[in-house]
Ligand binder design. Sequence first.
Ligand code: 5GP
Length: 356
Amino acid sequence: MECWELMPKIELHAHLNGSVRSSTLLELAGELGKRGTVVFSDVENVIMKSDRSLREVFKMFDLIHVVTTDHKTVTRITKEVIEDFASENVVYLELRTTPKRNDSKGMSKRSYMEAVLEGVRAVTMVEVDLSHELFAETPAVNERYNTGRKKIFVRFLLSIDRRETTEAAMETVNLALEMSRFGVVGIDLSGNPFIGEWSTFLPALEFAKMQGLPITLHCGEVPNPEEIHAMLDFLPRRIGHACCFEDEEWETLKKSKIPVEICLTSNIKTESISSVDVHHFAELYKSNHPLILCTDDVGVFCTSLSAEYALASSTFGIGKREMFQLARKAIEFVFVEDEVKQKLEEIFASAARELD
Ligand code: 5GP
């Protein structure tokens, strides 16, 4: 495992609330338990369960949101999640989260995102490159850069939840546009794939596209050929999962060359794919289709990006050098300006020299 931890990696599909440490969730649930807001043992049972079907996963997210959705906690989990990815040598993290409105906590989508950004400012373990504007009001701004410490580039995608209305989706897109100077670089469509209609989100997604915001879609997590076709026709910049594609959809995908965010452990644990050795990673990798190994939800699925690399390498017999190339190739698919891509190239070039 150590070699995968040491290798620089790029994470493009990680949900903030799915990446919370179990220890943090238990601590927060304990506090709410004492106040009588939740029954601690019920929450503990759910958090400690290791395998969950796709439907159960979304019940788990509702529970996580009860525990985490206040400003202070959102700031804390953002800081911890960034530090956890940095500690396993993720050098570029595109973290996605659903901006939430919670009137009982005085929370708007905007104040939720401000709490997220506060979490970035709170990171001390590593040097974070997000946006110089984000740190503009921080007195120690000069101390944050060029310190020689380990560095992680962090950018955000704002997720539209499939439970949301067209108006709520549009609010998220407008927020993403307003926050682009603070490191928000794109839009994601996620949430329970058993609910919601493509036509509900389409106006907001089309608007985002028109404004130049890159889009990634959770696509084909459940069999829904009509939606899969509509999503592929939309030509998003990337898609996530692609578990339930039929021959015709594979053909369209391959022709389109849309990169796929692959989440092995998540797909196995949710039983979207029956076992890892039959995962579509193998076929896409063999046919040279653009793909990126990702975690999805480190906390919920008890994994790490290093563990995903280890799993792909051992299951599909891919050597260290090829895995390194796979990690490096992800630079092409990040939703960020060329200047950052160039810096990532330099990081990988330097790591490649050490590999020789
Ligand atoms: P958040 O956006 O609250 O930071 O992260 C958790 C949310 O991400 C979940 O409520 C859900 O909407 C979305 N999410 C996390 N994992 C998955 C997944 O595997 N599939 C889908 N469709 N959505 C997910």
